[in-house]
Design a protein around this ligand. Structure first.
Ligand SMILES: NC(=O)c1ccc[n+]([C@@H]2O[C@H](COP(=O)([O-])OP(=O)(O)OC[C@H]3O[C@@H](n4cnc5c(N)ncnc54)[C@H](OP(=O)(O)O)[C@@H]3O)[C@@H](O)[C@H]2O)c1
Length: 289
């Protein structure tokens, strides 16, 4: 297959580039809004450019890793977030090719205290969540056999993410307070890329919405303790604080655990535990720094 991967400079896109080496039977076209080494320019909001790219390279499948992911900035720039997270999905979905798209736990309110299933009602509380949900709808309206993977708490050795922020703060500060009453599942972007290749390599195309994160649950406090411990940072004690003690610009879900039963059953896979994913990411970070 000829596979177009958008957002290839991002966390997930970078892991897709790495993992593609293990799937050499396909031809890959890595793109992003800004070109980089091995990455061509393609703005997913540019309908003419997307259509021309798909036709020129006889694309069979689009994997959309591009998104507007800054949750706080989205509150102030809804128009841009909507353009990238929603409008562009009509463009990608109307090319007459298969599409795998990535969405978020932010489509849910986060008020429930049980893992969310794909069939549970959505109730986004933020501009980011609303634009991502709108993107799901726009994609399915024009491409009903698309695959959508909703994920959460994504991190990797690349770009800006919680793991890298906590390592930096752990080195800079003499103590840290981190919220203990928001529960979710950290997801290593390499494991999400593996899930995407599981979908690609499946002998049968199984359209629909799926939830995919690593296994297990923890709070941001637990996650931080694990990060600092694996990084060997011992001189920065971490205290648990409540969400009320931490001032957020944008509301954060209290409970955003996703139920992954549908993905596991459909594709017959076992998903790595979140701490296992974190250990592999930390190994890679140590090698690269
Ligand atoms: N990060 C998380 O915690 C999280 C949680 C749940 C779900 N997700 C979802 O997971 C997916 C992957 O996230 P990620 O963390 O890998 O995102 P990321 O690191 O922010 O990467 C997104 C990439 O898309 C690019 N992009 C932005 N606008 C574009 C456009 N118009 N055309 C083409 N490329 C464009 C970005 O470029 P610039 O950086 O130059 O803008 C960036 O390289 C997204 O769908 C995201 O919504 C993420």
């Amino acid at each position: 297959m000829n596979i177009l991967i958008t957002g290839s400079n991002g966390q997930l896109g970078t892991e897709m580039r790495t993992l593609s080496a293990e799937h050499p039977k396909h031809q890959y076209f890595f793109t992003d809004v800004i070109a980089a080494d091995g990455v061509q320019t393609l703005d997913i909001t540019d309908k003419t450019a997307v259509s021309a790219f798909v036709q020129t390279h006889a694309i069979d499948l689009i994997v959309n890793c591009a998104a507007y992911t800054n949750v706080d900035k989205a509150e102030e720039d809804e128009a841009t977030a909507m353009k990238i997270n929603a409008d562009a999905l009509s463009v990608l979905g109307s090319q007459g090719v298969k599409v795998i798209h990535v969405s978020t736990d932010y489509v849910f309110s986060g008020d429930e205290h049980k893992p969310c299933k794909e069939s549970d009602p959505v109730a986004p509380r933020t501009v980011y969540g609303r634009t991502k949900y709108e993107g799901e709808k726009r994609l399915l309206a024009v491409c009903p056999d698309a695959v959508i993977l909703r994920t959460a708490w994504l991190y990797s050795p690349y770009g800006n993410n919680f793991v890298k922020t906590m390592i930096r703060l752990g080195k800079e500060k003499d103590k840290l307070g981190v919220v203990f009453d928001q529960i979710g599942t950290p997801t290593y972007a390499a494991d999400l890329a593996w899930a995407i290749f599981t979908v690609i390599e499946s002998p049968v195309w199984h359209p629909g919405i799926y939830h995919f994160t690593n296994e297990g649950v923890c709070s941001w406090y637990d996650f931080t303790i694990a990060i600092l411990s694996l990084a060997g940072i011992t001189k920065c004690p971490v205290s648990p604080i409540s969400s009320e003690e931490y001032v957020y610009k944008t509301p954060r879900p209290h409970y955003s655990v996703l139920d992954k039963s549908k993905f596991k059953k459909t594709f017959g896979v076992t998903i790595p535990y979140w701490l296992d994913g974190l250990q592999r990411c930390m190994e890679k970070l140590k090698v690269e720094n």
